[in-house]
Write a new protein. Structure first.
Length: 221
């Protein structure tokens, strides 16, 4: 059974409408919509608990699905989240690469830490990158600027869906779905289209981590 340990930092929208007795097959419906500052009070304790877990380091498996491939491309590695410095994905298999995402944008490093290139300077691509960082930080108000937010809960299990508002972001990104148990994130799914998506499964997670100076230099800006 896959460990349901925690996240990354995904900043998910937490809502506060009456909590549901069970998780439905879809939560993208008016009854599950969350508006920050209006009906999110019941979710604030979970948000606070998720934020309190940072900084975080976790193992992860990422599966990338493409319309031209029968099987997904599988990558594994470690994810690091520091609320102040941002998000770092250290891909180890099949090729060592380090993706750094922060408030200034994103860039890629090789396995030795050498900077390779920045992420595309496209407003839509940058918006998608910032959205992932906001999810990892649990910044509900920031997410509401670009997404409609939906949430539901069944005991310890919870699910959030972030649907891009009409505009440039909606042209390149479909709903982001995040699931978890208690104060830990289990999965994150980002869809670009009906047949192209990225699915991240969290593994063993360490919370309240203190990164060394060498880790900060290698994995962050």
């Amino acid at each position: 059974m896959i460990n349901r340990l925690l996240l990354l930092g995904f900043t998910l929208a937490v809502a506060a409408f009456p909590l549901r007795a069970e998780l439905p097959s879809t939560i993208i419906a008016p009854d599950y919509q969350v508006t920050p500052g209006q009906n999110d009070a019941a979710w604030q304790p979970l948000l606070a608990a998720l934020k309190a877990k940072s900084p975080i380091m976790a193992a992860f498996e990422e599966r990338r699905y493409f319309p031209f491939k029968k099987n997904p491309v599988v990558l594994t590695g470690e994810i690091r989240l520091d609320p102040a410095r941002g998000l770092s994905l250290h891909y180890q298999v099949p090729e060592e690469r380090i993706l750094v995402v922060d408030d200034r944008g994103g860039f890629m490093r090789d396995g030795k830490g050498k900077r390779l290139h920045d992420l595309p300077d496209d407003p839509r691509a940058q918006a998608a990158t910032r959205a992932l960082l906001s999810v990892m930080r649990f910044e509900l108000a920031a997410l509401a600027q670009n997404f409609s937010i939906y949430a539901a809960r069944d005991g310890a299990d919870w699910r959030f869906a972030f649907v891009p508002l009409p505009g440039p972001l909606a042209d390149v990104l479909q709903p982001i779905t995040v699931t978890g148990q208690d104060e830990l994130v289990s999965t994150i799914e980002m869809k670009k289209s009906a047949d192209q998506r990225v699915f991240i499964q969290m593994g063993e997670t360490h919370t309240g981590v203190t990164f060394t100076s060498s880790e900060l230099t290698r994995f962050f800006r």
